[in-house]
Every structure is written in C-alpha cells, then in structure tokens.
Design a protein around this ligand. Structure first.
Ligand SMILES: NC(=O)c1ccc[n+]([C@@H]2O[C@H](COP(=O)([O-])OP(=O)(O)OC[C@H]3O[C@@H](n4cnc5c(N)ncnc54)[C@H](OP(=O)(O)O)[C@@H]3O)[C@@H](O)[C@H]2O)c1
Length: 336
C-alpha cells in the first residue's frame, strides 16, 4: 500500500510542474471523477479542466467549487451523453479546438444496473459503450494531444477507473462476440469491459511509449454509481449504508480523490520509454512496461494465469483490432 503521507507529499509537489496542465475528466460531474478533479485543481497552477457528463446542474455546482478552490483554474463543462461515439467525437473536437496538449485523460463514466442488453442507436449495448467503447474513443481521439504533451517533456497519462480485478480473476473472452451482441449478461459485461480495458491499454502503451496507461480499481466509494438502481432514493440509500458501514466499506471521498490523483501523476507509474526509472511491474509482468493494473491503494494487482493466457493468445491485438473495427463502422455508417 502506498502510504497516504507519500500520496499527499507527491500531490503537494505538483505545484512545481509547469502551469496550465490540461486534464479531461470523463465522468467529472460526480463521484470519483469529481473528487479527483478537485484534488487536481487544489494542487496545480492554472490548470485547465474539462468535466464531461450529462448533468448540467451538478456541473455548475462543481465548477463554482473548483473555481473557489483555485481562482487561477479554468474549468469547462462539456455536456454530452457519451454512450454514443459520435457525441464523444464532438466532445473531443471541442477540446482540440481549445487545447494543443492533454496531460491527463481521467475516465470514470459508468453506472450500475440490473437491466439486460440496452442497444444504443449505434448498435452497442449502452453499458459496454459507456464503460469501454466510449473510453477507447476518447483515448483514440485525444492521443495526438497526449503525444504532444509527452513530446514536450510533460506529463502524459490515461487513467480508466473500473475493475481490473474482474478480468484478472475471471479470464476467458469470447473473441467471436466481444461486444456481447449475442451472449449478453451482466457478468459478461463486467468480464469483457474489464479485460478489454486492460488489454487495449497494454496495446496502447506499446504504441505510445511516452504515455502511461492505468486501469484502476477504486474499492467502495460513496458516489452516485448506484443512481440508476435506486433512482431518487439513491442518496438516502448511500448515506444510510455510509452511516452504518463507512469505516469498513468505503474509502473516504477526499482520500479517494487524493489517491486517484497520485495514480494519474506519480512518476513511479512510468511510461514505457522511462522504464529504467521505475521498479513497478506493468500489466504484462514486465517492469515499467507503461500499462499498470492498480488496486485502490496504489499497489499493483498481481498477474494471474488467466490474464497471462489472454495475452498469450494474442488478446492485445485481437481486442484492439475489434475496437478499431467498431469505431470505423460507426464512423462510416453510424452503426456497428
Ligand atoms: N463507487 C464505487 O464504489 C465503485 C466501485 C467499483 C467500481 N466503480 C466504478 O468506478 C467508476 C466511477 O464511478 P463513480 O463511483 O465515480 O460513479 P458516479 O458518481 O455515478 O460517476 C459516474 C460519472 O459517469 C458519468 N456518466 C455516466 N453515464 C454517462 C453517459 N451516458 N454520458 C456521460 N456521462 C456519463 C456521470 O455523469 P452524468 O450523470 O453527468 O451523466 C458521472 O459523472 C464507474 O465505472 C464504476 O463502475 C465504482
């Protein structure tokens, strides 16, 4: 476990980085995205922050809070339903029109549901779209800006908060139906979104050796993630659970933000090009390979035989190839 005082000392040192760092929080209107954006704004000089989500009322409150924490920050809200890749493209176009580089792409978009397959107008399941395909589309569209940051010697990092443990534990992907059009179940969504995120990030770390890629498990955190399950009772349910079990169940919200900011910025999670500068083991079992699977406390999650098998059977290329095919078809014809 990375001790909290180490996390805090590192985060405080971000003040010494160049000003005007740019961070994009996909899912910054609630929960872990918001908690992390708040720490980023607190600890950096003149940051540019983009919050992406649907809820304009929450975004407006968060923008006021972030501006009051750091009056040198520039905070923008881009209102989009990112379950459609065309909306992801519009959000990225807006960022590209304003910024030359992106230092941190931090993605927490997601939700819990008990519903079955829910097809979007682009032919993807909505949960797979929000938790996997939209995230990969953000990475693809913003890679030139992440590369620009790394070429000028600045921080360049992608963080996806989901559940790397599911893929490590469960293994086994259905390569003939990666999007789960035919074999949909909530367990398969968990498995596919988790493993596909880990494998794609490992692929991307090889392609872009100056950017680091992190797939992170947040542990329990009191957030809005159960909103679709409990509807208007969500806040009551979460605060009752929190009241009863806070000390045992949940990472405190501020600590969660601090730890995720550490994951998004600490040099120990080095890009592949800087592998000589770290002893941390990447997701392929190799020191400093540029993609890392992290537990909530900053520890590396140990490799498993099931994850090894996915890599040995060519999972990195197969999953990224499929992802490009999905993105290409939607770009060409609006549907996969
Ligand atoms: N909290 C936990 O205990 C926990 C545990 C394990 C894993 N996770 C995972 O961690 C991630 C972060 O969750 P969280 O706890 O921070 O949840 P949260 O508080 O509900 O935040 C989720 C964010 O995703 C955005 N989002 C969801 N659907 C969207 C859509 N269609 N278009 C645009 N934005 C969308 C929401 O924005 P809008 O509402 O504004 O659209 C919100 O900002 C999720 O993937 C979750 O599954 C969380």
């Amino acid at each position: 476990m990375v001790a909290l005082d180490i996390v805090r000392a590192h985060n405080a040192s971000l003040k010494t980085l160049p000003p005007n760092l740019v961070a994009v929080f996909v899912g910054g209107t609630s929960g872990i995205g918001f908690f992390t954006a708040r720490e980023f704004v607190r600890t950096t000089t003149s940051p540019h922050v983009y919050l992406i989500g649907r809820n304009a009322t929450e975004a407006s409150k968060i923008m006021d809070e972030l501006n009051s924490i750091n009056s040198s920050s520039q905070v923008s809200f881009i209102q989009k339903d990112i379950s459609l890749l065309k909306n992801v493209d519009e959000a990225c176009s807006e960022i590209k029109s304003k910024e030359e580089q992106v230092n941190v792409l931090f993605m927490t978009c997601g939700y819990l549901t008990m519903k079955g397959r829910d097809e979007t107008a682009e032919g993807l399941d909505r949960k797979m779209a929000v938790q996997y395909y939209a995230r990969m589309r953000f990475i693809s569209q913003l890679t030139p800006l992440l590369n620009k940051a790394s070429e000028t010697g600045n921080l360049s990092r992608v963080v996806a908060v989901l559940d790397p443990q599911a893929g490590l534990r469960l293994g086994g992907l259905d390569y003939s139906d990666l999007s789960l059009r035919h074999n949909f179940s909530l367990k398969n969504v968990l498995l596919h979104a988790s493993s596909m995120t880990s494998l794609s990030m490992a692929h991307l770390a090889n392609q872009n050796p100056k950017t680091a890629y992190i797939h992170e498990y947040p542990s329990g955190v009191e957030t809005g993630v159960t909103r679709e399950l409990f509807g208007r009772f969500n806040d009551t349910v979460m605060s009752t659970l929190g009241g009863l079990f806070r000390r045992f169940l949940f990472v405190p919200q501020v600590e969660s933000g601090e730890r995720h900011l550490f994951a998004a910025t600490a040099p120990r999670y080095a890009p592949k090009a800087d592998s000589a500068k770290t002893d941390v083991i990447g997701s392929d079992g190799v020191k400093g390979s540029g993609s890392y699977l992290l537990n909530w406390n900053g520890d590396i999650l140990a490799d498993t035989k099931k994850a090894q098998k996915l890599r040995e059977e060519g999972g990195l290329d197969k999953v990224w190839g499929h992802t490009q095919e999905v993105m290409g078809k939607i770009e060409e014809s609006g549907r996969f």
